[in-house]
Design a protein around this ligand. Sequence first.
Ligand code: PLP
Length: 429
Amino acid sequence: MPEAAAAPDWLREGFKHLWLPYTQMQTAPTPLPVVRAEGAKLFLADGTVLVDGIASWWTQAHGYNHPHIRAAVAAQLEKLPHVMLGGLANEPAMVLATRLAKLAPGDLDHVFFCESGSVSVEVAMKMAIQYWINRGIRGRTRFVSFRHGYHGDTMACMSVCDPDEGMHGHFKGYLPEQIVVPLPRDAAGEAAFAALLAQRGGEIAGIIVEPLVQGAGGMKFHEPASLSFLRRVSEAQGHLLILDEIMTGFGRLGTMFASEQAGIVPDIMTLSKALSGGTLPLSAAIARRHVFGAFLSDRPDTALMHGPTYMGNPLACAAANASLDLFEREPRLQQVAAIEAHLRERLAPCRALKGVVDVRVKGAIGVVELDRAGEGVWLRPHFLERGVWVRPFGNIVYLAPPFVVSQDELAQLTGAIVDVLQIWSRERA
Ligand code: PLP
């Protein structure tokens, strides 16, 4: 296992200056120096090879360094690495917008590009608020979101995350106050939710939800029926529904978009992560025709006032177009189905372990929920000893590997989880 002493100079020097995400820097172990990645494998500076169980925060649909994406980015780099999207057009962005409009369900036809998932959620929220203003309706500025939801770390995004689970407790009172409620899962929940919308409808700009899997807020699953209900009730009461498919989009749950499993079309959809095949930062907020239509008029002030500097970056869009080629040409969704079957079978033994409260699998996501949080520090070295990169958070140990992971690599990942949790259960649970 690589130690700080064996770390290359660039890591020792850089670590004095780099501020890591979600990390107490006083006690943070030195991060692992990755010098190369291929498929589902990470290669470290000292020659160690790790199988990546979480696909760099769920971005690597086709595996690292896919030759088709690499070639597309390299070709684009020769011609036009970047040009602003304000008043100037580039081919990869236009082609990508056209392809996304075709691919996205229903009449989700209007694509606004950004660079990160959080910013696309911010844009979706701005679209929803201004949709009502442009229609001459005042006071609809609040969002309904759900317990265990996670939508990003910027200010507006934090406001729609679970206020307790969402890592943003310090900012309570500073963030806009939204309406955060349990996700309706049964008749009583549905009735309560419909009543809430009827009661507070005049304040509500939109309803935002991660479809089928709430990720960073606890890897909680729900059924397509919950989504169908949200679509039905929001439509019946005239509310905008925003689906945050940043984690679930592009095959992670076995369909290109999770919304397909409920057969619904949201009013706005956000995408990122696997959008660029995990190569470059890129996100999109995609609106239906009627949402886009509310911004059209003779007046400049009904335009959407947002414009990230690097929006529609040609390199990122070329990567995304190449990623879509791969979804068309290669059996990604079948690979997800095979990963799902493997995870179901091989993670099942964890159910019997003391300290494990749940094991659940949806698409290419396998979750083992522990009865306590904060075990990551103990678990991490045990996973590394077994040659896998697994990053538990809260009380969740999970796998979300690249879709091209081989059977052997997958067996190494699930084997490591079962093995390490058996030891954990004996020694600590
Ligand atoms: N929405 C969801 C569902 C996410 O899972 C994430 C990131 O994990 C985000 C939004 C934020 O995306 P980013 O980290 O690119 O800002």
